[in-house]
Design a protein around this ligand. Sequence first.
Ligand SMILES: Nc1nc2c(ncn2[C@@H]2O[C@H](COP(=O)(O)OP(=O)(O)O)[C@@H](O)[C@H]2O)c(=O)[nH]1
Ligand SMILES: [Mg+2]
Length: 291
Amino acid sequence: MTIDELIDAARNGSTRAAGRLLSLVESSRRDEVLDALGATNPVRIIGLTGPPGAGKSTTVAALVSAYRARDMRVAVLAVDPSSPYSGGALLGDRIRMAAHINDPDVLIRSVATRGHLGGLAAAVPAATRLLAALSYDLIVAETVGVGQSEIEIAAIADPTVVVLNPGAGDAVQAAKAGLLEVADIVVVNKADREGADQTVRDLRAETNAPILKLIAAQGDGIAELVEAIEAHARADSPERRKARARGQILSLAQTRLRGHADLDRLAELVADGRSDPYTAAEQLFAVPVEP
Ligand SMILES: Nc1nc2c(ncn2[C@@H]2O[C@H](COP(=O)(O)OP(=O)(O)O)[C@@H](O)[C@H]2O)c(=O)[nH]1
Ligand SMILES: [Mg+2]
């Protein structure tokens, strides 16, 4: 099938065609796909991040149900830091998502963060443009922790939801790890466990973001989470849109600079004392970067 045929098929509801196109925007054929799409409206991205096992995937599955009940088409991007595309890590998530797997209005996709094209920062803007063009109303992106890719997702997601669990000292840990800095909404999931109220109190001391209790496994608190997400979206402003755009541009620019063909050579010159970081930085900008 040609790219145009794939786009037609995906627009007519083929999630397989949509998956093929997502693979293409993660490959060297990205621009061909993007050129075939034409202009698109921006699509909303909800980001979920937090430590492994906090219940992010369970929360994502419950959110997908809630948004499907509102008749919205939802794409889930599970950002897997290690394995390329759908490796074993996604198996559990697939089971959790089982209810949605045969729903033509739900697309579930694992995105690698370490691709030859510069990983997530380079892949996500293209993927979101594609998904917008395919009439998805919402993208839910799940990432782990606060590595570079999480910060990049947080920069373009609106809102970023940080999922934590009850536990003594966890609030302070999350703050130290920088997790609360990226949070627009904080969720204390597994509130069926002891200590949830204390964790909420501890978090209040660390962040001004709204804090919600959740039992994702039972769907308890999902309606409140959806309302908090919608309230955050309603409060969107030109300033916030500009900040997201800035974050996206910086991510892409940094990705390109990190992959610059001259970076290693310049680093050697600086390390040997034959150049200095100021001159080297100027030179890095002076030479056009390969996309
Ligand atoms: N007790 C309890 N367990 C939960 C809850 N939500 C998720 N879990 C369990 O926590 C484990 C990790 O969940 P998962 O969604 O895979 O976490 P992720 O690694 O953050 O995506 C699974 O065994 C879930 O069944 C909850 O609200 N209460
Ligand atoms: Mg998960």
